[in-house]
Design a protein around this ligand. Structure first.
Ligand code: ARG
Length: 598
């Protein structure tokens, strides 16, 4: 089963071939002028150049060859030699029936499914998630769903940031602040081995004294001191190296940090409808690092550099000089890039992905380029199989990465709460949800909030930065998530009424312009998916969902459903139902869920 564009491309290509012209010029695209045509082919222009004939003559000949195609209601030559195609009502009805009968709503699967790993979310221990993690989570989740829907085997991994310098900073800050903890930790460090009893006692004290709020409070302070005080920084580095050596006291304290952070992270991810197949962290590859360092050394890739050990990755012809990968710091600890490189090895051994996507802020582009090159040099991944799916920042009205009014980073949880408050307000304003009981209203407000945040993010190409504008994002009008939900709910309510009357969907007939437009959009779903997939860019799908919702809205205004005569009624119900299914499918691929009522 193929969409109209592909089916028509085949027909037009065959006409080119029959006319002795290159078949590949017969590619058909949606028309630039929907008022004149549904599809167009521009291939007569290059064909004319090749054979030295006027393009309009070529186009006219091709149009004559196509005229008998029963799918086409009109074939016209326009402008310098464009071939304009208008699809017949019958062909649209047939295509709509195919989509309606298809559990995949007209979407194809990839020819050769691959094993894909998506690294996204990237939360850190003790650093609360902020808007950068929000973008990574939203985009990564959507890309994961799109890849899976197209038939790949996909694993999503949160790649928890739990093994770097920030751990040393935090161990320092917590032990400085609390003498009881400091003495317990030092006592444990002095022991050759800790037993279950030591562990239980330590965790009891940590649970009592060190909450996530403490970590949130201490981390920014420690990070700032690490920047301004070299001694403080050096000590944190040393603590990091000692943690990585698994000094028992530091190691137990670190486990406590990871535990309390994880609870809050899971709450935030859950609220956003983001979930991971794997929740691995940087620390999980710690056991691979020694042997990896030996291997890099044996391969002649490791170079000593003032006490540190690095891999040089610069290449001839680079436009600018790329720094080396820092594998072992002069304190002897593993760095961000070290754990990333070891993670590539780990993934190769445990899952063997054909391709790995990293949905991470564009500002980490160099980091990934360096790590990927080192991985290729060491033979840990096939050249080109690692890909950074970068994205721009979410900005404040000042054009800089979004900050709170106090100038701090906005915590993800605060953003969700704020957006949900706004959603409630918007629902009241629009006089929506008044018939819902309080619990259902809350659930709807939450769905509206998630849709507002996600759609605002996903409607832009990921590389583009955008301005956080909650008023606009949460409006039920315009190109917004709430608008899409509202349209979905409208269709649901029509279908509910029909069900109450006992009306059933039946054969599709197409005649009204609004019906034609709606079917053409239903037909365009596959292309939107292919674009989103190929470019790792959910905005193509977001655009499709928006246009589909708009087309439904126009259809509903122009074509009565429940009051139509029987043949039209069953057809229009079927169109409405199919639209809803495709809209909800597209929304689901964006990670957005529509309520049943509002
Ligand atoms: N934890 C990192 C950060 O907050 C993001 C991790 C991205 N993934 C990776 N494999 N490095 O910046």
């Amino acid at each position: 089963m193929s969409d109209l564009k592909r089916g028509l491309s085949e027909a037009v290509s065959a006409a080119f071939a029959a006319a002795g012209l290159p078949a590949e010029l017969g590619r058909v695209t949606p028309s630039d002028r929907p008022d004149l045509a549904d599809f167009q082919c521009n291939g007569a222009l290059p064909a004319a150049k090749a054979v030295g004939k006027p393009p309009r003559d070529i186009a006219t000949d091709l149009a004559a060859r196509l005229a008998g195609d029963p799918r086409l209601a009109a074939v016209e030559v326009a402008g310098p030699g464009f071939i304009n195609l208008r699809v017949s009502d019958a062909a649209l009805a047939a295509r709509a029936a195919q989509i309606a009968a298809d559990p995949r709503l007209g979407a194809e699967v990839v020819e050769t499914p691959r094993k894909i790993l998506i690294d996204y979310g990237g939360p850190n221990v003790a650093k609360p998630m902020h808007v950068g993690h929000l973008r990574s989570s939203i985009i990564g989740e959507s890309v994961k769903r799109i890849y899976r829907f197209r038939g790949d085997t996909v694993v999503g991994d949160a790649h928890f940031g739990d093994w770097g310098y920030q751990m040393g900073l935090l161990i320092g800050a917590v032990t400085d602040e609390d003498a009881a903890i400091a003495s317990l930790v030092e006592g444990l460090n002095a022991k050759p081995a800790v037993d279950a009893q030591d562990e239980a006692a330590a965790f009891a004290l940590f649970d009592e004294k060190v909450s996530l709020a403490d970590l949130d409070r201490l981390y920014p302070m420690a990070a700032a001191r690490g920047k301004s005080e070299p001694e403080y920084r050096d000590r944190a580095r040393k603590l990091t190296a000692e943690l990585q050596d698994r000094k028992p006291g530091y190691f137990l304290l670190w486990r406590h940090f990871a535990k309390v952070t994880r609870v809050a992270l899971e709450r935030d991810f859950h609220a956003l409808g983001v979930d991971f197949d794997l929740w691995k962290g940087e620390s999980d590859v710690d056991g691979l690092i020694d042997s990896m360092v030996k291997d890099l050394d044996a391969k002649g890739l490791l170079v000593d550099d003032q006490g540190a050990r690095i891999v040089r990755v610069a290449r001839q012809g680079d436009k600018r000089e790329l720094p080396p990968l820092l594998v072992v710091s002069s304190e002897g600890s593993a760095m961000y890039g070290t754990t990333d490189l070891a993670t590539i090895l780990d993934r190769k051994q445990s899952f063997g992905p054909d391709h790995v996507l990293y949905a991470v802020d564009q500002r980490q582009a160099d980091h990934f380029e360096i790590v990927f090159r080192a991985a290729y040099l060491a033979g840990y991944a096939a050249e080109g199989s690692l890909e950074h799916v970068g994205f721009g920042t979410m900005n404040g009205t000042d054009g800089k990465p979004f900050k709170t009014r106090e100038g701090g980073v906005l915590k993800l949880n605060d953003m969700i709460v704020m957006t949900r408050d706004k959603a409630r307000e918007r629902l009241h304003e629009a006089d929506l949800g008044s018939e819902l009981d309080p619990e259902a209203f809350e659930e709807t407000a939450h769905k509206v909030a998630v849709a507002a945040l996600k759609f605002a993010d996903l409607q832009n190409f990921r590389g583009t930065s955008y301005v956080f504008d909650l008023d606009r994002f949460s409006s039920f009008e315009g190109k917004t998530g709430p608008y899409l939900l509202y349209q979905a709910v409208r269709v649901k309510s029509v279908l509910r009424k029909a069900a109450e009357e006992g009306a059933k969907a039946g054969d599709i007939v197409v005649s009204e312009p609004a019906e034609r437009d709606l079917v053409l959009l239903l037909d365009a779903f596959d292309q939107a998916l292919v674009d989103a997939y190929d470019k790792k860019a959910p905005n193509f799908l977001a655009e499709h969902a928006y246009k589909l919702a708009q087309a439904f809205s126009k259809f509903y205004a122009a074509c009565p459903i429940l009051s139509a005569e029987p043949a039209l009624k069953v057809s229009r119900l079927n169109l409405a139902q199919t639209t809803l299914r495709q809209l909800e499918q597209a929304l689901d691929l964006l990670g957005i869920e529509a309520p049943d009522r509002m």
